[in-house]
Design a protein around this ligand. Structure first.
Ligand code: DX5
Ligand code: ZN
Length: 219
């Protein structure tokens, strides 16, 4: 088991982005989580390629990009060019999800399938052996700083069972409202990667908040 912490830069101070990136570089965090929103799939717009390019220039840890956009296939190769290693697309946004996963792999990246809080994990049974990870949303996508939806713990358990029953080589990443207060329950349920935005960047000591989450899981 592992306990990957992927701080979401959506909650960083964009006026001091380099400073916040260096903080993550120097911390015990594992990845950088990049939230890409198009104002169509979700009711918010975040940032695009010029900002991602700046992030990639300074980040010394893997980039984990979460696309909350319609028709993500149009941009898959661009994310690979930016140096993204983990790319997740939404189940709800992809008509030909299997093809999109193949496209991500064809561009040399790990493929993740993200699911909204209302989406049942059983819907993943025919894609679970093809993707590298599932990004299980524990808030409705679109904004940082929302409250954790408690049913997500049950969904992690169901997903862990599905992965096991299919013999899939797939890990579970949880995204939304994750903090030292709930990470242990998610870890015990079978998740091994965690996105944390506000619980890191709103903390008085962000690096210590990352350490606290790792400690909760025994790392
Ligand atoms: C929500 C994003 C999340 C979010 C996490 O749409 O996908 O990654 O930024 O932020 P917190 O941890 O504050 O919920
Ligand atoms: Zn995200």
């Amino acid at each position: 088991m592992s306990c990957i912490i992927s701080p979401s830069l959506l909650s960083a101070d964009f006026g001091n982005l380099e400073r916040d990136i260096e903080m993550i570089n120097d911390s015990r965090a594992d990845w950088f989580h990049l939230d890409i929103m198009d104002g169509v799939f979700v009711p918010n717009i975040s940032y695009g390629f010029p900002v991602i390019k700046s992030i990639a220039k300074h980040a010394r840890k893997p980039l984990d990009a979460h696309l909350m956009i319609v028709d993500p296939d149009r941009y898959v190769s661009r994310f690979a060019e930016m140096g993204v290693e983990y790319l997740s697309v939404h189940y709800e946004a992809c008509t030909h999800l299997h093809r999109t996963v193949q496209n991500i792999h064809g561009n040399g990246m790990k493929a993740g399938v993200a699911i909204n809080p209302h989406t049942s994990v059983v819907l993943l049974e025919n894609i679970i052996c093809d993707c590298d990870f599932v990004l299980l949303m524990s808030v409705n996508p679109g904004f940082g700083g929302q409250s954790f939806i408690d049913n997500s713990v049950n969904k992690v358990k169901q997903l862990a069972e599905l992965i096991k029953s299919r013999g899939a080589d797939c890990f579970i990443e949880v995204d939304g409202g994750v903090s030292a207060n709930n990470i242990k329950r998610l870890y015990d349920a079978g998740a091994t990667a965690f996105v944390a935005g506000s619980s890191v960047f709103s903390a008085e000591n962000p690096a210590a908040a990352i350490v606290d989450m790792k400690k909760e899981c025994g790392f």
